[in-house]
Design a protein. Structure first.
Lengths: 441, 157
């Protein structure tokens, strides 16, 4: 770190308020430029200038009163002028550390560091923004501290906290070719393509009618769809997974660059998704779920409720290889449900199955989009056994394995009633054993 | 082998009274209203609706009774079992080590019957383990016991 001794307080990068302002900054720069070039009279713009001045001042003040430091095993952030806040984030509870660089931040060569904390009460520690060249060493240092803090708890009281890890070589596991990413996004949202083609054809045939229809809600809808696809593309562009000393490293992004580290012991669930039109091509998407609160504002609406995508699109073999890396003891054999399930869910019947090893439970489901979900038993929160009226008639029952994750959740759907009861008992016991075992990081 | 314990504990009988009051009182009010309307106007329809209300009330009375009977909970060595539901029979297993916090709530009606609801929260949003209609002392006992066990067995995320 160049800005002082590690014990001391640090400030964020001086350009932080400018980057934080984001679009606002850009909007305000335009009148300033106009004034500078004399095409507008100063008196006309006095009001706007006053607003800009106040906002700029607020930005500078917020920058002045914010400082952070690493204190033993905590990251401390102090902020606020009138309402002074002192935040303390224990590094031992860090679930993941992300580096995010929005477009404007890249222009100014700064980056945001985001520490995702455990627990529903913990939030996300944000250091926005830190100079680009400082981000990587700082992240490595924080990760080392997070690891060190945990080792200290366990056995070695040796102060491994000062050691600065040398930048280890990362072994690249997978990256996504751009062409394949485009194809996959289009194939998954094939109906969108159909609608777009329909619109274009419609415009060519009778521009008047279609144009009128578009002017209404249609345009808004189309725009929102395009934004959705764009965000997806922006996030997953050139996403690379590599194997680092502290877990899987993720890097990618078109305009906003992100870099994340996923630590194997922090994975709540792993999910392999195969949309209908990907299946002939043998493609799949691999996602992992990590504990932590819902992403907050400023983190992008599209990301909320989404899982971490490890591989946006890849072959099934690659997906399985990564699953093996994350959960070495995954169950190899999955058993299908009894035949009579056909009468309850004829479409889903074929896709259903489940299996377990001593530490991991796996389930598959999905009518068109096939989803395989693995949950390490160590991470299960609760188990639920549910039997609906139709299931009772057919002597079936489901068992839900709840995890702390956001949306991945394994369900042993429509099993024979006695099997379900047995599975509930077994999983309860195995989960207890898995919890007791010291975590293998 | 199963997870079923030998003995389920059940909510207080007061809960049954409360639930019956909740369906019985409105049914009776509607019935009375329709009967008065029928007497005043002499229309057969009002009497018909009154009979309908009576039947609906009786059915609800029966359902409430069965639903009350389905509630149960058992404290095992490492986890709490909660069972409920007639149409959809649910059985939840919540390990003590996974409990994040415990809520005890009592609405105005529940309070007047001296009852409280204990609700368990884990880090998973899908966990729904709640036990309604516990007598106040039992609710407090359960809360303290769960908190104690949760602390003793707490497991990291």
């Amino acid at each position: 770190m160049s800005s002082g001794p590690p014990e001391g307080w640090h400030r964020l990068h001086p350009l932080s308020p400018v980057v934080r302002g984001g679009r606002l900054t850009i909007a305000f720069t335009i009148p300033l430029i106009l004034i500078a070039f004399g095409s507008e009279k100063l008196s006309n713009e006095a009001f706007q200038l006053a607003i800009i001045g106040v906002l700029a001042l607020a930005g500078v003040v917020s920058w002045l009163v914010t400082r952070w430091r690493i204190e033993d095993d905590d990251l401390r952030i102090e902020t606020g002028l009138l309402r002074r806040q002192s935040l303390r984030f224990p590094l031992a509870q860090v679930q993941a550390i992300d580096v995010v660089r929005p477009g404007l931040a890249r222009m100014f060569r700064v980056a945001e560091l985001r520490l995702r904390m455990a627990g529903s009460s913990g939030g996300t520690a944000r250091l926005a923004y830190v100079a680009e060249h400082e981000v990587e060493p700082l992240r490595d240092q924080l990760l080392a501290l997070a690891r060190g803090a945990r080792h200290d708890e366990a056995a070695t009281p040796a102060p491994s906290t000062d050691e600065k890890p040398a930048p280890q070589a990362e072994h690249v596991l997978a990256t996504v070719p751009t062409g394949r990413l485009v194809a996959s996004v289009l194939l998954e949202n094939w109906w969108l393509v159909v609608v777009l083609v329909g619109l274009i054809v419609g415009l060519a045939v009778s521009p008047h009618t279609v144009g009128r229809a578009l002017r209404g809600a249609g345009l808004v809808w189309a725009l929102s769809m395009v934004t959705f696809v764009w965000r997806r593309f922006n996030q997953q562009y050139r996403l690379t997974v590599s194997d680092g000393p502290d877990g899987l490293h993720l890097r990618g992004g078109l305009i906003a660059l992100t870099a994340e580290v996923i630590r194997p012991g922090r994975v709540q669930a792993v999910r392999l998704v195969e949309p209908l039109l990907w299946r002939p091509l043998g493609w799949c998407r691999l996602e992992v779920d990590i504990a932590g609160r819902q992403r907050r504002k400023g983190e992008g609406e599209a990301q909320r409720g989404q899982l971490h995508v490890l591989v946006p699109v890849g072959t099934r073999a690659l997906g399985m290889e990564l699953v093996d890396r994350l959960l070495p003891d995954r169950p190899r054999e999955l058993s299908p449900p009894p035949r009579r399930v056909f009468w309850k869910s004829p479409f889903r019947y074929r896709a259903l199955s489940w299996g377990r090893s001593d530490t991991v439970v796996a389930t598959t489901s999905g009518r068109l989009r096939r989803v395989t979900c693995w949950v390490p038993l160590e991470k299960t929160q609760s188990l639920r056994h549910v039997q609906g009226p139709v299931q009772r008639r057919l002597r079936l029952a489901s068992v839900h394995v709840d995890t702390a994750g956001r949306s991945a959740h394994a369900t042993l759907r429509d099993r024979d009633a006695t099997e379900a009861k047995q599975a509930l008992a077994d999983l309860t016991d195995l989960a207890r054993v898995a919890r007791r075992r010291p975590a293998v990081t | 082998m199963g997870v079923e314990p030998e003995e389920w504990r059940t909510p207080s009988r007061q809960l049954l009274t409360l639930r019956r009051l909740e369906v019985g009182a409105p049914a009776l009010l509607v019935l009375a209203g329709l009967a008065v309307a029928g007497a005043l106007t002499g229309s057969a329809a009002a009497y018909g609706f009154a009979v309908g209300a009576l039947v609906a009330g009786a059915i609800a009375w029966g359902i409430v009774g069965r639903r009350f009977g389905s509630w149960g909970y058992a404290e095992r060595e490492d986890d709490l079992l909660v069972r409920r539901g007639v149409m959809f029979a649910r059985l939840s297993v919540v390990p003590y080590g996974r409990m994040q916090f415990i809520d005890v709530t009592a609405g105005p009606l529940e309070r007047s019957f001296g009852l409280a609801t204990v609700r368990l929260h884990t880090a998973a949003a899908a966990t729904d383990a709640r036990i309604p209609g516990l007598e106040r002392e039992e609710a407090a006992r359960l809360r303290d016991r769960l908190a104690e066990l949760g602390e003793a067995q707490a497991a990291g995320l």
